[in-house]
Design a protein around this ligand. Sequence first.
Ligand code: ADP
Ligand code: MG
Length: 376
Amino acid sequence: MSESLLEVENLHTTFGTERGDVHAVDGISFRVEEGEVFGIVGESGSGKSVTALSIMGLVDAPGRVDADAIRYRGENLLDASENEMQSIRGGEIAMIFQDPMSSLNPVMTVGEQIAEVARHHGDYGESTDFLSEMKRKYVTGTATGSRSWQRAVELLDTVGIPDPEQRAQEYPHQLSGGMKQRVMIAQALAAEPSVIVADEPTTALDVTIEAQILDELLSLRDEFGVSVVLITHDLAVVRETCDRVAVMYAGELMETAPTRTLFEHPSHPYTNGLLKSIPKVNDDREWLDSIEGNVPDLIDKPAGCPFRDRCDSAFELCQKPLVSYPGEGVDHEVRCHLYNDAVEVDGDEAVAVADDATEIIEQRSDAGRPVGGESL
Ligand code: ADP
Ligand code: MG
């Protein structure tokens, strides 16, 4: 079995609150391959951002991250010191946040912000000690003739910003939302990462700019072999950009598949509900209009499938903990007991055959994680 670039095994992230523990991420496993665009799709509150922050080591108290492993190039990040995590965040796994203003510094030019990251991660022959950086920040600015500045301009050009020499000297507030999002991507690239985790990078943008930014991310993959974890609530975005995708609901993964397989053979009832709710042209339906009911309370989360109360196909086995079953084609996992071999579906009615179904569930939950590992 070859090693994947990034492997998340049985991740649980919990926030202690006055009302009780919020199980924001509740036992998810997935892998991301080199040069792959991996999508995580789910409606708001399903745990996508918390998953990203958990990988990056950015979950603060009262949050707790617990996992069998979060491996990057075979090293378990859970064993890394804060110093090591800082250097991984800078140079190996970069994150792009949904809101550019939360991570761009309003009082520094965008060129300065990119040049600073470049200096700290590449060999530019420019001093990066604290005093030198302070002087650049507050007195001189990065010399426009320096290599790190040239690199910043080059990166602005790479992410499709017109007139990059001029733009580099502007402040974030002088740029449009789409431009700021590009600056964030340029800043992430300055660190020469192997993985970019992009958390709804285009949600605030109009569709034309969204398409341009997504194109840009794809071309980075094609040019530099960067892997991208693309977090989105939009299955249409997934279809256009991702190689593989995991469908997330209430902190759990419902289905993982190559994108094409997911659209050709959607298997989990939740995935099917999502597909029905993709807006068509001239259609202003809300997300998930076609699935009735509410997301379960993440504090008193019932055991078993978190979707069962909203699921038309629910039957007695849905009280049992979820396990993965093989779906159609390679690398397709469905966490739904309808796919248990001892379950027969007759019309709308699913029936578990004797104790065999339970035995299969127990075997599959013992199989080790990730449960679909046999397909690697
Ligand atoms: P998504 O990104 O899919 O919209 P999130 O990952 O942001 O969802 O959140 C998942 C769940 O975790 C939500 O119910 C959210 O309220 C909860 N959550 C996130 N951060 C915290 C926190 N710091 N304290 C308590 N609950 C949190
Ligand atoms: Mg989010």
